[in-house]
Design a protein around this ligand. Structure first.
Ligand SMILES: NC(=O)c1ccc[n+]([C@@H]2O[C@H](COP(=O)([O-])OP(=O)(O)OC[C@H]3O[C@@H](n4cnc5c(N)ncnc54)[C@H](OP(=O)(O)O)[C@@H]3O)[C@@H](O)[C@H]2O)c1
Length: 296
């Protein structure tokens, strides 16, 4: 796999020297497979997912991006096809649809791929506060952020452990480390992602698979508009990361294959450390002031 920059070369080197430790529980005769490896990125039709797809396409991965907006997915896939040596596929579907597994597996089988790297990136927050929100909207947040992420992990992780290679990256959020009044479901769903991922990383240790949770701070994407957060104080007060910066951190983590928790950027890494030790009861009122949806 091509890696250009110094940081990626260093990350890949660190990944290679620690490889023996990750594969210590792996039978030697299970490593041959006939299908080609593919990186599956959910929520690849915009924001962080599209930036990550670009980062990995440039590194030569075969990629499948999934989202709901077919036209946007197609145009991203066509653009990425030109920047890398791998194949870039796209699939438009609603991940909360019960049949999504069959559609993904059908495409993979037809093209002769297996999922070597799964990035559960698709996610959304609630637009309205809990008391005013429609249950169907809250349910969609829980479905995509929690149920779909867990279902896809359950579907593709066993194959990775059998092959003794691959990676599972789950997109959490810095918000998963604290209660988030006015975005209560979103923050709680990301707490689930962090705990689930750290537990899984422990369960499969030594089987050759890297498992990590990504905890970005606020990032410049359409996400904030979708949750009606444009007038919330956090939108003015918190510094926003660029999607490509987050994507590069994820790529480095994939190559290093060491840390189960990845927080892009030094500033937000420090913030994550603080959030790990400050009790939720202290953080909650403060987060409420930052995240209250305001109209002015
Ligand atoms: N932006 C931030 O500040 C921030 C910070 C921390 C963590 N995150 C996390 O990063 C991830 C990506 O968010 P983003 O900022 O890039 O937001 P975004 O631009 O809104 O992207 C969200 C992606 O998820 C897809 N998606 C949502 N619901 C879906 C469904 N039911 N079926 C299929 N695809 C679906 C969207 O596809 P369509 O548009 O086609 O529906 C889109 O590609 C999320 O998990 C988010 O929680 C974001």
């Amino acid at each position: 796999m091509k890696t250009k920059s110094i940081d990626l070369k260093c990350a890949a080197f660190l990944g290679r020297v620690t490889e023996f430790w990750r594969r210590r529980r792996l039978p030697a005769d299970l490593t041959s497979v006939s299908t080609k490896p593919l990186t599956l990125i959910t929520g690849g039709s915009g924001g962080i997912g599209a930036a990550l797809a670009q980062e990995l396409a440039e590194a030569g991965h075969n990629i499948l991006i999934i989202g709901q907006d077919e036209a946007r997915l197609r145009s991203i896939a066509m653009r990425l096809q030109e920047v890398g040596s791998g194949e870039v596929l796209s699939l438009a579907l609603d991940l909360s649809d019960f049949n999504m597994h069959h559609m993904i597996d059908g495409l993979l089988e037809a093209k002769g791929y297996h999922v070597d790297i799964l990035v559960n990136n698709a996610g959304l927050g609630e637009r309205d506060e809990f008391l005013e929100a429609e249950w169907s909207d809250l349910e969609t947040v829980l479905d995509v952020n929690v149920k779909v992420l867990t279902a896809l992990s359950h579907r593709y992780l066993p194959g990775m452990t059998v092959r003794g290679s691959g990676a599972l990256l789950n997109m959490a959020s810095l918000g998963g480390l604290t209660p988030g009044p006015y975005n209560s479901i979103y923050f709680a769903s990301k707490a689930y992602v962090i705990n689930f991922t750290e537990a899984l990383a422990n369960e499969v240790r030594g089987k050759g698979v890297y498992i990590g949770a990504i905890l970005p701070g606020p990032t410049k994407t359409a996400f904030h508009h979708k949750i009606d957060g444009q007038n919330s104080f956090y939108n003015y007060l918190l510094w926003k990361l660029k999607p490509r910066f987050v994507a590069r951190s994820v790529h480095r983590a994939m190559l290093m294959r060491v840390w189960p928790i990845v927080t892009p950027g030094l500033f937000y890494s420090m913030a994550a450390l603080c959030l790990r030790v400050i009790p939720g009861s202290i953080m909650a009122p403060f987060m409420g002031i930052l995240y209250k949806k305001r109209s002015f």
